[in-house]
Design a protein around this ligand. Structure first.
Ligand code: TXA
Ligand code: MG
Length: 317
């Protein structure tokens, strides 16, 4: 990826186009966050309902002041600690953020991605970039440029930065009068955030009842084939089925339809390889059903199982 490609992509963004770029979590589908016509193209390409708000990506901390109002000092503390990185903060928005970006909400989700291509793109575009994950609404998130190409072949550009390193979407928190609410679990855990907070602040996992944000609904990120979660390792494997494990299974050495996200239950590796394993199973014509091993829902396992359960939801009602 040379600087020239990034400059071209930045010019396209400045001129109201839409294109995909890597972040450390998943690929994003970006447009100029301050141009509602450009932002509308994101919704059209994704076939995403406009009641689902977008995250705005920034490259400099100063932009945070432009996009928000009544900024609590704790936000700057968290930004200093976790940015650039996979933490999105939902904050009171300023007037320059178009309603389409926030689906009419008075808050805006903001993050600074930890990826040099993304940061250079935003800097060169000289505007914050609104970007959801670069997949069709409801389908699997992309962790490589190839995944984006599969679902969104008609966008203006795809910057290829190789496989993403984190692999699952950012942790989302909202910040409001001494309460921080965890809206979406991610690789940055509730405990890590609490460790940075003064004593009078807490992180609640209780979602506000009036929040309408489909990424936070039960069904999301689904492969196009039935996906089932298993807890006990089976003695034999079903025909025409693909299996995803998180630790090596020597007893199945000769089975073809197995993918490992990790050899030894390393949860950072599991997160990094989760979506690519699901994409590979989706693309494999000899597989009709996908089975995935569950992992304990603690620490990083919470964010990973959040994605797995959402991917499996429609097939396990
Ligand atoms: O890691 C990520 O966060 C990736 C990369 C590209 O940055 N982006 C991503 O965007 O996952 P998306 O649109 O697929 O998911 C963002 C979620 C949505 O579920 C949306 O409803 C929620 O964030 N969201 C955005 N703004 C919000 C707001 N103001 N209030 C509540 N939820 C919000
Ligand atoms: Mg998404």
């Amino acid at each position: 990826m040379d600087s020239l490609d990034i400059q071209k992509a930045a010019d396209i963004i400045r001129n109201g186009g839409v294109g995909a770029f890597p972040t450390e979590t998943v690929y994003g589908l970006g447009a100029n966050a301050l141009d509602p016509i450009a932002v509308a193209k994101i919704f059209a390409h994704k076939e995403r309902p406009t009641f689902d708000p977008l995250i705005v990506h920034i490259a400099h901390i100063d932009t945070l002041h432009t996009l928000t109002k009544d900024l609590d000092p704790i936000v700057l503390e968290l930004a200093k600690h976790f940015w650039p990185g996979p933490l999105t903060m939902v904050l009171p928005k300023s007037n320059i953020v178009p309603d389409l970006v926030t689906s009419g909400l008075q808050t805006v989700g903001i993050r600074m991605p930890n990826n040099t291509i993304a940061l250079e793109l935003i800097s060169k575009a000289q505007t914050p970039i609104a970007a959801p994950s670069a997949n069709k609404f409801g389908q699997l998130s992309p962790s490589s440029a190839k995944h984006v190409q599969k679902q969104l072949p008609d966008i203006d550009f795809i910057l290829d930065g190789g496989d993403t390193t984190v692999g699952i979407e950012s942790t989302i928190i909202s910040i409001d009068s001494n309460t921080i609410t965890l809206l979406r679990p991610g690789i940055i855990t509730k405990e890590e955030i609490e460790a940075v907070l003064p004593n009078n602040w807490t992180v609640s996992s209780e979602k506000p009842k009036d929040l309408i944000a489909p990424g936070l609904l039960q069904s999301h990120y689904s492969p196009k084939k039935p996906l089932y979660i298993f807890t006990e390792i089976p003695e034999s494997l079903q025909e025409n089925s693909g299996y995803i494990f998180h630790s090596s299974q020597p007893q199945f050495e000769n089975e073809k339809s197995i993918l490992y996200t990790s050899e030894n239950n390393n949860l950072l590796e599991v997160a990094a390889h989760l979506f690519s394993a699901l994409h590979a199973m989706e693309d494999n014509d000899s597989i009709c059903n996908i089975f995935i091993h569950s992992i304990p829902e603690e620490s990083l396992g919470i964010a990973i199982m959040d994605r797995v359960k959402k991917a499996a939801f429609q097939y396990n009602k």
